[in-house]
Design a protein around this ligand. Structure first.
Ligand code: ADX
Length: 383
């Protein structure tokens, strides 16, 4: 039996059936339109395909407040990050309660939203609760601060998915679930990443793979911050690494169309919930998961799991210590597995890696496989 979707109900699918589609598309053209921003488009896609099960639309005020303050939806289901849609004040004021609007991308209607709620939030409070800071230098806080003033909540019916890249690797939750069943995997660990897979990441995924049936490499390909490595370059790195160093029959590569929030611990829970919907039973949480700068402690992304009922969360975190190449042992290690001194450890921060790539310096093989390093250097050269 496969793992149930989050909330223990059915996997949500908000796309209208073929019969209803033409009529809805026609009526959508007559509705007033709200153009989605990049993040909202990725959220719409996840709503549509059930990555956000049990959500059926953009959050109203009550849901949003409950998520911000209690880390649960009003019915008691764990949920840590608001999924919201924003509109300009004038547009929002002109909407009648219950009015339907078209949600568009480049003018094309993708979905119809029934506006059940319009509200304004205290962004300072939301920042401090969700991101543990209201510092506008934090990329998640900055995105929230720059969103349009009023939020619109309500159920959506989806006509068309936003156009996304990597279509051959863009499996929906029902598709990853079917693939796991086909492969006979009962226990599946998901690996979230917004980076190329360096040796530390490889170590975590392979340790995890020792104790479960299969591994889902599930890189996030929605909005990321400007200095993160672009998704198309990362995809080339993932393919090279998987072809070179992983057994094909035990690994599946598929992308997650979500946008990064950089909300650290809260996002660790959010990431885990989505992977449960994709059919995974286990989820890797390493050091400073979904962190940025020094806003979060190394283990915050792991500790937060203790605040939830494991049954309600439904997916099991696999927690890993900071891992590095240990020169003394001649292999990857963590504080749990080596007694080497700091000088005997090869560890590079993301910032240091970026600096080295910009300068065209070779990344050490202890840090990243040569096949991956080559792709990164080449991409950097092309700019
Ligand atoms: S994240 O924003 O997706 O968390 P990244 O792609 O770097 O960033 O990390 C993916 C996963 O690997 C996260 O669970 C993170 O905690 C973990 N991780 C990254 N580097 C290390 C490391 N050196 N040691 C242990 N865990 C790590």
């Amino acid at each position: 039996m496969s793992i149930t979707p989050h909330g223990n109900g059915e996997l949500v699918d908000l796309r209208v059936g073929a019969g209803e589609r033409r009529a809805l598309a026609e009526s959508a053209r007559a509705l007033r339109a709200l153009e989605l921003d990049a993040r909202e488009r990725t959220d719409l896609e996840l709503l549509a395909v059930g990555g956000f099960t049990p959500l059926r639309g953009f959050m109203g005020e009550k849901e949003c407040r409950s998520v911000v303050r209690e880390m649960h939806l009003p019915g008691g289901v764990p949920w840590t990050i608001p999924v919201t849609l924003s509109a300009d004040r004038a547009f929002a004021d002109s909407l009648r309660a219950g009015e339907s609007i078209a949600l568009t991308s480049g003018g094309t209607p993708l979905a119809v939203l029934e506006v059940q709620d319009k509200y304004v939030v205290d962004r300072g409070e939301e920042g401090r609760a969700v991101y543990r800071t209201d510092d506008a230098a934090h990329p998640g806080v900055a995105a929230m601060q720059s969103a349009r003033e009023v939020r619109l909540g309500g159920p959506v019916r989806v006509l068309e998915l936003p156009r996304g890249e990597f279509s051959e690797h863009r499996l929906e939750p029902a598709q990853t679930r079917a693939e796991f069943a086909k492969r006979g995997w009962k226990t599946i660990v998901a690996f979230q990443t917004r980076n190329p897979i360096h040796r530390a990441h490889e170590y975590l995924t392979k340790c995890a793979l020792e104790v479960v049936d299969g591994l889902l490499i599930h890189p996030i390909v929605g909005e990321t911050k400007g200095d993160d490595i672009p998704a198309d370059v990362r995809m080339r790195c993932y393919r090279a690494l998987l072809d070179g160093y992983y057994p094909a029959q035990r690994v599946l590569l598929s992308v997650l169309p979500a946008s990064m929030r950089y909300a650290g611990p809260r996002e660790a829970i959010f990431h885990a919930i989505m992977r449960r919907n994709y059919g995974c039973t286990h989820f890797i949480v390493g050091r400073d998961h979904a962190g940025v700068g020094s806003y979060y402690g190394t283990h915050d992304g792991q500790k937060i799991f203790d605040e939830f009922d494991p049954k309600a969360l439904g997916i099991t975190p696999l927690k890993f210590e900071n891992s590095f190449w240990c020169k003394k042992s001649g292999c990857m290690a963590t504080d749990k597995t080596t007694n080497s001194a700091p000088s005997e450890r090869v560890f590079l921060s993301g910032t240091k890696v970026r600096e080295m790539l910009v300068l065209g310096e070779a990344l050490p093989v202890e840090f990243t496989r040569p096949e991956v390093a080559r792709i990164l250097v080449e991409a950097m050269r092309k700019g």
